[in-house]
Write a protein that binds this ligand. Sequence first.
Ligand code: ZN
Ligand code: ZN
Length: 440
Amino acid sequence: MGLPVEVAEIVGETREWEGRRWFPPGSQLAVCLSGGKERLADLTDGELLEVAAAARRQTSWAQARELAAIAELAGRRADGASEDDPRVLSAHESVTDEVAAALAVTGNAAATLVHLAERLADELPGTRQALEAGRIDLAKARVICDVTENLFGDVVGRLEAVALEKASGQTSGQLRRRVTRMARRLAPDAVEERKRDAVRGRRLEVWENPSGTANLALCDLPPEEVHAIYNKLSAAARGLKADGDPRPLGVLRVDLAKRLLGGAEFPDSVRALLAEAVEEPPEPQPADDVAVPALAAMVERRLAEVRARVSLDALPAAVRQTARRIHDDLAERRDAVCRGGEEAHGRPGYRPSTALRREIEARHATCVFPSCNRPSRRCDLDHTIPWRPGSTCRCNLAPLCRRHHRLKQSPGWTLHQIWPGLLVWTTPAGAWYIVRPDRT
Ligand SMILES: [Zn+2]
Ligand SMILES: [Zn+2]
């Protein structure tokens, strides 16, 4: 057992996982991860999360080595390749099979690996370094590789730089959306062409699940068509539910889709619902608030100071209190900036107006839990401070899915909206996550 924290401070013993947040991966981290001084059972909650994060960085580092080795081999085979001979495999196909056999993966998986390895070696040096340093994981490296595929050199470089700016704090899905948006801006024609190509390859896929069920998917359709289908099914499912159908919405959607594809006849009421016009999604609006980046930096700095100052036992409570204090200190300025909007600050009633709902949904395209991908249109608009005393206003509303709505109310978790659209989560382990409006 280690010493109690207060004693440890006095005698100057440092804990093995203290301050390892950005300890780089490599041989030294491998030693730390192999056990040693402290067993996992002796670590605090916060330290356990540090160990998990460190192991993940180490994995990224190992994957960077795997890809570098593959790229080196592929390069050698390409150099030694003779003239095209239709009777034998190309050097590229051949090295793919060498990799497939050595790693015991399918030919498709090997081809994907070789391609990723080559792109990281040639065109995406920043991504390669970020993976090797554990700042991103393999899934995010793949996203950057995918989104920059078939684009021109300078666009690839700019997209990569933009992607890496925020990649460590984003999930691969969030990263994909952000970089895709940027790619559309920088190279609209190339992105459109790539999409047309993908749509030409549209298909129906079937695969089986471990539970003994199977999935059926319509793949590579234009997204607007997919959303239109989904929204129609949702409208019809909600209609059935309103008429007293006990099945959950998700089940109703798939049952309706199954009957439609099976050619079943529907009652007129359902047909009418299915034919209903689909509402256009709102145009995302630019965040109008220049204060957000500065405030986010201030929160980060103040919470980091707290972490440096207090003992591990006291950390969760100290982080919670500080987040709360920052929120309270900003109350007057927040009210003032909020009165400048089109809707009055603190509109009467519990339900937001349609305009306000759209503004909030445009501000955050997904649930505001850091890793959640649930589209905000399918979330509830949560009153960050419960209604009464909290108000129905842009400074107190944010999309939360059901799950994260429950998480917010769970012991040890807090959520503060310190500025309209700028939210701070604190966790039971004393970590924090700052969530900004999408456009800042
Ligand atoms: Zn307000
Ligand atoms: Zn969520």
